[in-house]
Ligand binder design. Structure first.
Ligand SMILES: [Mn+2]
Length: 242
């Protein structure tokens, strides 16, 4: 029988399935009803597929005019999904970066707040999630700059809400470069801001936009499997709203 090498961190990791969603835009002026149904449908797909953790990579809410009762309803729903939820505020989530509006969220729902970035540790799932909320959506804000080194043997997922560009454009806000993804010390990078499922992996670092579950022609969320043996695999799941 093979000895287990205690220095090999992979042996301590268990398979983990993530629901990765972004750009829900709840309370959108343009498609409020569809946005809410896409949110519910995305969570339902995650639950049906046995996701262990849900990641929302920005733009959960569309704008600061959202009614408190609707925000409360969203927290109630997220608090009842039966898995931890990590929310990274995107450029539309001004209600999440405004402490006065955020209020108290359910126990299993964490909204990242730290402007310089923070790590959310989900110990029972063997998962650490890093993200830097969008406080200032402008070209000088780099959502993937300064991802801290891995500090434990958990799965390590980065979240970022911004615009991946192959070639830099100094006028576009919240840019993400290929190098920033290539150098991220992460097992997976969950991106938001682009409303279409897209693989922007670099240098063996898997990085994907999940797509949005509403508002676009093809509506998707992503299921991400982290497996200590077979590695990381990502599947878009299409949302069909009737
Ligand atoms: Mn956005």
């Amino acid at each position: 029988m093979a000895e287990i090498d205690p220095s090999d961190s992979s042996v301590r990791r268990r398979p983990l399935r993530l629901l990765h969603m972004s750009d829900l835009h709840i309370s959108s002026d343009v498609y409020a009803d569809e946005a809410f149904r896409g949110f519910e449908a995305g969570l339902k797909l995650g639950m049906e597929n046995g996701a262990d953790v849900a990641l929302i990579a920005g733009d959960l809410f569309d704008n600061g005019r959202i009614k408190q009762s609707l925000m409360d309803q969203v927290w109630d729903i997220l608090g009842d999904v039966g898995m931890p939820v990590v929310v990274l505020p995107g450029n539309h989530d001004t209600v999440l970066t405004d402490g006065a509006r955020l209020g108290i969220t359910p126990r299993d729902v964490t909204v990242m707040q730290e402007p310089e970035g923070e790590i959310v540790l989900l110990k029972e799932h063997g998962l650490s999630v890093w993200g830097k909320p969008v406080y200032d959506h402008h070209p000088g804000f780099r959502p993937m700059a300064g991802v801290p080194h891995r500090s434990d043997d958990h799965w390590y997922v980065g979240m970022a809400h911004g615009l991946y560009m192959d070639t830099p454009d100094p006028f576009r806000a919240s840019p993400i470069s290929p190098d920033e993804i290539a150098m991220a010390p992460c097992d997976y990078v969950a991106l938001g801001h682009v409303h279409v499922f897209r693989d922007v992996s670099q240098n063996g670092v898997p990085a994907y936009y999940s797509g949005a579950p509403s508002g676009s022609q093809t509506k998707t969320v992503a299921i991400v499997d982290l497996d200590p043996v077979s590695g990381v695999s990502v599947s878009p799941l299409e949302i069909v709203l009737d």
